[in-house]
Design a protein. Structure first.
Lengths: 177, 127, 199
């Protein structure tokens, strides 16, 4: 059977033919054994796959999976904010800025004096180029988790130096005893 | 501040290999709840008494040293140094008995974790 | 996390998310993350890549929420986003890797598959559903990216030829050829897997 006829059988099976052509092709398939067999074969694959996709479940916890999304959303929002055109009223900030800054500093100093203990926020100060840190809290165990991930596409031997916990093949242990 | 640091390996292999021990149950529960690997093995366990405003280096493996500075008030600065390079630095609050966990991907679809916690005023027994 | 969100209807969550309520969007992510990740994995066949692409899809979904007007279900809309990202990634990878002769042969529609005798026995007859799903998954893994993609989009996503052509940035004729090849190859792989298990 020529290829264009084979594809016609497939199109008929998938309901992709115009109504008149579909009727004609259907009649031909009914009379032609080879076409009929091909339609049955393609149809059996179609029927087998329909609603038989293997389901997969993510094993990462809800919080962990979400934390990376949230970080990326915030990063993108910040990037857009930095590159956004400056509205006219914002230009007044350069005149008001110093006065506002002094007022803000006064507020911070008052708050700091009132606080007897240091603030408890977590602060990421630096991560090597090519890496990023995702931080989130597991509320149920009150655990803080910091996940360091490689943000480059470099091959393994060119990636930033990373800790490893892999047990070594050679007799000596990972830790120098 | 008495600090405890454990290097943990996350893997789907049942056999951990030489020098691998079972992980502290609380830490294991946290790791299982959050991450996808089915087995976690402790590779090393380091303890140190760190006076306020001072720092200590904890050698977790041939490739990783943790420099921990006691900032006072349960706050620590953690500097994760991999192969001589500063990989990550951050300031965190350690509230016993909770763990602070650093982690990242390792080769062959495994992961490394460093669990940190303080024992408050109690002495911590090294395994 | 607001525990009440889990009882909310999808339409309400979408509406609130469109107004900037990230907690509502997070609830949507929690509900559909497996499906979106599963679609990415079915196309990429690589866990880490699928994970990254699924998360990229959610980020894009958040950014484009104002463009969702309810013409399709939310999950259908999100699935289209992750499919686009996967196709972009596959195109980038294709440019980077050398074309194998086999891949070029498959691209042309498979001269061998055109001449193959028809498989008369239904290769999936008598299989339990779980076993069938597992075999389909194994067979899909053996196809090239292009043929797996066209099968996934047509058989799992039930997209029409025209829509597949638009997604894959190729002609309808190419879609038809690839689908034909992929189905015959899939039939042959399933029959082969059935023979293996009976030996």
């Amino acid at each position: 059977m020529k290829n264009d006829l084979q594809l016609k059988v497939q199109s008929w099976l998938d309901g992709e033919l115009p109504e008149r052509e579909a009727r004609q092709v259907g009649e031909w398939i009914a009379r032609d054994a080879e076409a009929s067999a091909l339609a049955a074969e393609l149809g059996s694959v179609n029927q087998a796959m329909l609603r038989n996709e293997a389901g997969v479940t993510l094993s990462d916890s809800r919080e962990f999976y979400w934390s990376k999304i949230e970080l990326q959303i915030q990063r993108e929002a910040e990037r857009n904010r930095v590159h956004a055109p400056v509205p006219w009223y914002a230009r007044w900030r350069k005149f008001m800025g110093p006065a506002l800054g002094v007022a803000a500093l006064a507020c911070v100093m008052i708050v700091a004096i009132r606080q007897a203990v240091p603030p408890t926020y977590d602060e990421i100060s630096a991560t090597i180029d090519g890496m990023e840190a995702v931080t989130f809290h597991d509320q149920s165990s009150q655990t803080t988790i910091i996940w360091l991930q490689d943000s480059t596409q470099a091959p393994m031997d060119q990636k930033p130096a990373l800790p490893s916990a892999q047990p070594q093949d050679e007799p000596e242990s990972v830790i120098d005893m | 501040m008495n600090l405890e640091a454990r290097l943990v390996w996350g893997t789907n292999d049942e056999q951990g290999g030489p020098n691998c021990k079972p992980v502290d149950p609380e830490l294991a529960a946290t790791l299982h709840r959050t991450f996808k690997w089915s087995h976690y093995f402790e590779i090393t366990n380091q303890v140190a008494a760190i006076p306020e405003k001072q720092s200590r280096d904890l050698r977790m493996s041939q490739r990783c040293t943790l420099r921990v500075k006691n900032l006072g008030g349960s706050r620590v600065e953690i500097n994760c140094i991999g192969q001589g390079k500063e990989v990550h630095k951050g300031a965190y609050t350690l509230t016993p008995p909770s763990w602070l966990v650093l982690g990242g991907n390792d080769t062959n679809n495994t992961a490394w974790f460093i669990g940190l916690r303080t024992g408050g005023g109690r002495a911590i027994t090294k395994n | 996390m607001d525990p009440d969100k889990s009882a909310l209807l999808e339409a309400d969550l979408v509406r609130m998310a469109q107004r900037g309520d990230m907690a509502s969007f997070e609830e949507l992510v929690a509900r559909y993350r497996d499906k979106i990740y599963g679609r990415a994995y079915s196309m990429m066949r690589h866990e880490e890549e699928a994970l990254d692409l699924s998360q990229d899809a959610w980020v894009k979904g958040w950014q484009r929420l104002s463009q969702f007007h309810g013409e399709s279900s939310f999950i259908t809309w999100m699935t289209r986003i992750v499919i686009n990202l996967c196709l972009d990634q596959l195109r980038k990878q294709k440019r980077q890797r050398a074309e194998s002769i086999e891949a070029m042969e498959e691209e042309g529609g498979g001269a061998i598959e055109r001449r193959m005798p028809v498989v008369n026995v239904n290769p999936t007859l008598g299989l339990e559903r779980a076993e069938l799903r597992e075999r389909i998954d194994r067979a899909l893994a053996q196809l090239s990216h292009e043929h797996r993609t066209v099968l996934v989009l047509h058989e799992f996503e039930e997209m029409e030829y025209k829509e597949i052509a638009k997604q894959m940035k190729c002609s309808i004729g190419t879609v038809m050829s690839r689908l034909f090849y992929a189905r015959r190859r899939m039939g042959s792989l399933l029959a082969g897997l059935r023979r293996e298990s009976s030996e």
